[in-house]
Design a protein around this ligand. Structure first.
Ligand code: PMP
Ligand code: GLN
Length: 397
């Protein structure tokens, strides 16, 4: 047999240039630290309690009964119909389940399918920072140039002039998150309409990540992008059942957009995952139709958890920013004598037995909010109590 000799076994860098600037997700890093030190994990945003038993039973029954083969790429009809009913029930927005809804593997894939479906090299995408961790890498993978518009603590006001100036002939899309992770900002109808006007003026699209849509504590509630007339045919609404039904591991998300826009999403979705899991879709279809009492209970329960954690952190000496929505709160660590969120969060699990997220990871520059750390309150009451007890002991209070 012929052998090849004298070759250097050099393996070139496999990661694409676009992805190289992005390290391991901060959620992975902080949850690993929490496990290593047995810390109360108030970092990665997942509930430590199970979602509704009936929903899990429905999924189990569906798995046993079958079918368990590929469902339609766009999602099973009953799930899409339930999503369409929900859009009418909560927002008065009429949506066609056949042509306007695509079920995806969580909001994460929904965002990915949307961005990869519409962006090409040379396009610009406007991201509002603090921006959730997947927005920039996926935009970069698509070859798009990112233009950040920055919101800053403590009020996270949308700078209208800067936003307007960010739009230009290369702008293909703007991506917003309402309620926004990690600052809890909820976009008003006026802000959404302003974005809609800019999208018309520059003939571009708006994408809205609304995974925390049912966790809004401020008066006025949640305004969805698709309820803004100027954005009904230019907007992609990305959402997920993860937070609403406390099952982040199921990854049941979806994208809603006008038929021609949905075609772009479906085009990329079919080559990313092709389809989701039929039994979980069937169970979530029933979950979405839950009575109002379920949604009221969810909000009430999170309202109490939010008050408990914010009050406790204030009492411990943090300067706390109470969120309008989502299940996170930002706490300023300067009153406690610290000034660097990464150093604080890397030390906290070992020293205090509690884990949190350095908030500056959501900004493109570290200096933007390095005094703030993010604590989540999507945890059992006893977990939150234990976390506060440990922080109190560590601070000697
Ligand atoms: N968007 C935001 C703003 C998030 O905080 C998260 C985290 N859950 C996601 C998207 C991801 O959602 P999913 O788990 O449905 O993929
Ligand atoms: N959305 C969750 C958070 O912000 C994390 C999701 C993930 O781990 N990718 O904490």
């Amino acid at each position: 047999m012929k052998t090849i000799t004298n070759i250097k076994n050099k393996i070139s860098e496999p990661t694409t240039r676009a992805l190289r600037p992005f390290g391991t997700s901060i959620f992975t890093e902080m949850t690993a630290l929490a496990s290593e030190f047995g810390a109360v994990n108030l970092s990665q945003g997942f509930p430590d309690f199970e979602g509704p038993l009936e929903v899990r039973q429905k999924a189990a029954e569906a798995i046993i009964r079958g079918p368990n083969q590929y469902p339609p790429s766009m999602g099973i009809p009953s799930f899409r119909k339930a999503i369409a009913r929900k859009m009418m029930r909560f927002y008065g927005v009429e949506v066609d389940p056949d042509t306007e809804i695509t079920v995806t593997s969580g909001a994460t894939e929904g965002l990915c399918a949307t961005l990869l479906g519409i962006l090409e090299p040379g396009d610009e995408v406007i991201l509002i920072e603090p921006a959730y961790d997947s927005y920039a890498p996926i935009s970069a993978l698509a070859g798009a140039k990112i233009r950040f518009v920055r919101l800053t603590p403590p009020d996270f006001k949308l700078p209208m002039d800067e936003l307007e100036a960010a739009f230009n002939p290369a702008t293909k899309a703007i991506l917003i998150n309402t309620p926004q992770n990690p600052c809890g900002k909820v976009f008003t109808r006026e802000e959404l309409s302003f974005i809609g006007d800019l999208c018309i003026q520059h003939d571009c699209f708006a994408i809205s990540d609304e995974v925390y849509e049912h966790l809004v504590y401020s008066e006025g509630g949640h305004a969805t992008l698709l309820s803004i007339p100027s954005l009904r045919n230019r907007g992609f609404l990305v959402s997920s059942t993860a937070k609403t039904f406390s099952m982040t591991g199921w990854k049941q998300g979806y994208v809603i957009a006008a038929p021609s826009l949905s075609r772009a999403v479906r085009m990329s979705h079919q080559f990313i995952t092709f389809s989701g899991q039929p039994a979980l879709q069937e169970a979530m279809a029933a979950a979405i139709d839950s009575p109002d009492t379920y949604y009221e209970w969810l909000l009430d329960s999170y309202t109490k958890k939010r008050a408990f954690l914010c009050d406790a952190l204030k009492e411990l000496g943090f300067d706390v920013l109470e969120p309008e929505g989502s299940y996170y709160t930002l706490a300023d660590v300067r009153p406690l004598g610290f000034d660097d969120d990464y150093a604080f969060c890397r030390m906290l699990p070992r020293e205090a037995g509690v884990a949190a997220i350095p908030s500056s990871c959501f900004w493109s520059e570290r200096n933007c909010a390095r005094e703030y750390v993010r604590f989540c309150f999507c945890k059992k009451d006893e977990t939150l109590e234990e976390g506060v007890k440990r922080l109190r002991k560590w601070l000697g209070k």
